[in-house]
Ligand binder design. Structure first.
Ligand code: SER
Length: 313
């Protein structure tokens, strides 16, 4: 089958690793990475890259037509903490980029779309433990509102225009290659950098703030897994709950101490505490496991070991 892939937002935390993995799965010449800014050295020199503004409909259409793209992974977005500071900018970026891609799919110019949603679609009135796929959703952040709205539109485009849209609600993602930008779960990446550099970390969330988290490899496996799954196995066209582990700052600090015994954590919660408090602590992802065979591989301690070993280099 003739498959050609476009990644929009390839220089970001997920996009960087997704680009590398998609190139290794489908071949370098079948994957076009794009972003409004250039990415890290490895991602840039390994394959084909173009500058692209996800909000510019004509530019997105042009890159798709020129390269005969079939599948688009739309990874460009403004995350939760930054979005609270720039609400309109976040809304415009998160929604317009999605509409651009959905409308191109509606017109038959692409075959398949991946768009990430988030645990941020849930809000303070959602049950927090083992949050079900279908729960009360009253998101209280700009980012969460944009993701929830996006989910409604994805389902609408599938139901009314037959757009083959696939989506997962990522938890907080942790990786050693690219640092996240402007999220509430970012502490779980930063803590490793500071532990190795300074032996201590001041957490902007309090000790007991438990959130759903995932090692990046699992997230990439899920992303490629849902895109590869047979069309009729994808029964949910809004977005799938996805889960691997849950921990709080105290627990990740304990895990780090197994490698760096002198490591110390202290707590100075800021405005991000309120965002975190509105999100679930754990997620029930049985639909993803049943429908398209999702399985996670990494636990907190396994991830900690990999993070420390690789960041030391
Ligand atoms: N990791 C994201 C954030 O913290 C949630 O999707 O904003």
């Amino acid at each position: 089958m003739k498959k050609r892939i476009l990644i929009i937002g390839a220089s970001g935390q997920i996009g960087t690793e997704l680009s590398v993995r998609l190139r290794s799965v489908y071949g370098n010449y079948k994957v076009i990475a794009s972003d409004i800014i250039v990415g890290d050295e490895a991602m840039m020199k390994e394959g084909y890259f173009e500058i692209l503004d996800a909000m510019d409909y004509e530019a997105v259409e042009d890159i798709i037509m020129r390269n005969e793209i079939t599948d688009v992974y739309l990874m460009a977005a403004m995350l939760s903490a930054t979005a609270e500071k720039f609400p309109m900018k976040a809304w415009n970026l998160n929604m317009n980029s999605l509409f651009n891609v959905l409308n191109l799919a509606k017109e038959g110019k692409i075959e398949k779309v991946f768009w990430p949603s988030s645990i941020a679609v849930f809000g303070p009135t959602t049950p927090t433990i083992k949050t079900p796929q279908k729960a009360i959703m009253e998101p209280s952040t700009v980012y969460g509102i944009s993701k929830q709205t996006g989910e409604r539109w994805c389902e609408y485009y599938y139901n009314n225009y037959g757009v083959d849209i696939r989506s997962i609600r990522y938890p907080g993602l942790i990786s050693y290659t690219t640092i996240p930008g402007g999220g509430t779960t970012d502490y779980a990446v930063d803590i490793f950098h500071k532990a190795l550099k300074h032996g201590k970390y001041i957490s902007f969330l309090n000790a007991e703030t438990t959130l759903p988290m995932m090692y990046m490899d699992d997230a990439i496996n899920a992303t490629i897994g849902i895109m590869k799954a047979p069309k009729d196995s994808i029964r949910i066209r809004s977005s799938y709950n996805l889960s691997a582990m849950s921990f709080n700052p105290k627990e990740i600090a304990e895990s780090i101490k197994k490698h760096i015994p002198e490591f110390e954590i202290s707590y100075e919660p800021d405005f991000r505490q309120k965002i975190a408090d509105s999100w679930p602590q754990s997620i029930d992802d049985s639909d993803a496991r049943n429908d398209w065979g999702w399985k996670h591989s990494y636990s907190l301690d396994e991830m900690t070991k990999i993070m420390i070993e690789n960041l030391k280099k």
